[in-house]
Ligand binder design. Structure first.
Ligand SMILES: Nc1nc2c(ncn2[C@@H]2O[C@H](COP(=O)(O)OP(=O)(O)O)[C@@H](O)[C@H]2O)c(=O)[nH]1
Ligand SMILES: [Mg+2]
Length: 327
């Protein structure tokens, strides 16, 4: 089996040597390892350093963002026969020595995606508020994905070839959460492996501050909800509007029975508006559900297209079984 370890980098000359130097030369169950650095238009020596360490360099002329870099890395890996792809960061945040543990569940045929759980509760430099938000964020992602993963935002992960055929990244931001929500909804087996992160080397480049990060995450999660659970969203809205809209009518009926002859035009008008809102939500729910059907068909086609360009991919369990047959 071939393993591609990809490192998306934006100006990481200071830490990249440590990262590349600590990538294991051998991983159980893997015959060939290729390290790929995706240099997103760095203006420092990132690309030179990567080449010095014998890594393959994919270079963007300008900054295209982390999600695009991830996709390009995956594209390269698939077209160069990778069976497993590991992603790690260029800031040496993740322990490369644990790559074998990330890969193991895939090689054993037990998972398609393995996430390095940073155990955020124990990270010394995270503030209590950040820890709570991390847990909350993971909770929401798990709700949308139908999974139970401790750390949805971790970028230290392993993906099987099969998982990469089935995942399609569409958002520019937060591909980490998006991949989990997609994988969960496609019933790809995901597991987590606890890891300990290295001490912080620098501030995050992805997010200038936590509020921006939270707003972006909320957006990404909401979009995923609309994509994968449109009914949950719109049915909830329809019920909320419906109940609120019926209330004035019920009140009016009760008052009539009690002999009230008063004018209740305003409250009934409000009730009517709310009921219209409820109907609209239902209609939007139907439309987005139809859209979802279309997307499923399109994703099937994309998977077929990937099989045509990169050859067939089979679930990890089948690969593992073949591997043990051969042994
Ligand atoms: N391709 C690309 N990579 C980036 C960009 N910003 C950060 N990175 C890389 O993404 C990884 C994570 O970035 P980092 O600043 O550590 O964000 P953190 O996840 O919040 O710790 C590192 O390997 C960075 O080099 C970007 O705009 N484009
Ligand atoms: Mg980092």
């Amino acid at each position: 089996m071939k393993l591609v370890i990809q490192v998306p980098c934006l100006n990481e000359e200071a830490t990249l040597p440590t990262v590349l130097g600590s990538i294991p030369a051998e991983v159980p169950g893997i015959d060939e390892i290729e390290v790929v650095v995706i240099d997103d238009g760095s203006t420092d020596r990132t690309a030179e350093i990567a080449r010095e360490y014998g890594a393959t360099v994919l270079r963007h002329t300008g900054r295209m963002g982390l999600a695009r870099s991830f996709r390009d890395g995956v594209e390269y890996a698939l077209s160069h026969g990778a069976d497993v792809v590991v992603n790690t960061d260029g800031d040496n945040q993740y322990p490369q020595a644990r790559i074998a543990d990330l890969v193991a569940p895939i090689v054993a045929g037990k998972a398609e995606i393995v996430i390095g759980d940073r155990q955020t509760r124990q990270i010394a430099h995270f503030s209590p508020f950040k820890k709570v938000m991390q847990r909350f964020g993971s909770w929401v992602v798990n709700k949308a994905a139908g999974t139970e993963l401790p750390d949805a935002a971790s970028g230290f992960r392993a993906y099987s070839r099969y998982a990469l055929y089935r995942l399609n990244i569409v958002t520019k931001f937060s591909y980490t959460m998006e991949t989990i929500i997609q994988a969960g909804n496609k019933s790809l087996a995901i597991t987590a492996v606890p890891i300990t992160t290295n001490p912080k080397t620098r501030e995050s480049r992805l997010f200038s501050n936590m509020w921006v990060h939270m707003a972006q995450s909320a957006k990404a999660i909401m979009r995923s909800y609309l994509m994968y659970r449109p009914w949950t969203v719109f049915a909830l809205l329809a019920v909320a509007f419906g109940v609120a809209g019926l209330t004035p009518f019920v009140r009016y009926a009760i008052l009539l029975v009690a002999g009230d002859q008063g004018d209740h035009f305003q409250s009934l008008m409000l009730g009517t508006l709310l009921l219209v809102g409820s109907l609209l939500s239902l209609a939007l729910g139907v439309l987005s559900d139809l859209q979802r059907t279309n997307r499923v068909l399109q994703e099937d086609q994309l998977e077929r297209a990937k099989e045509q360009s990169y050859g067939p991919a089979r679930p990890a369990a089948e690969l593992a079984r073949d591997g043990s047959d051969a042994a």
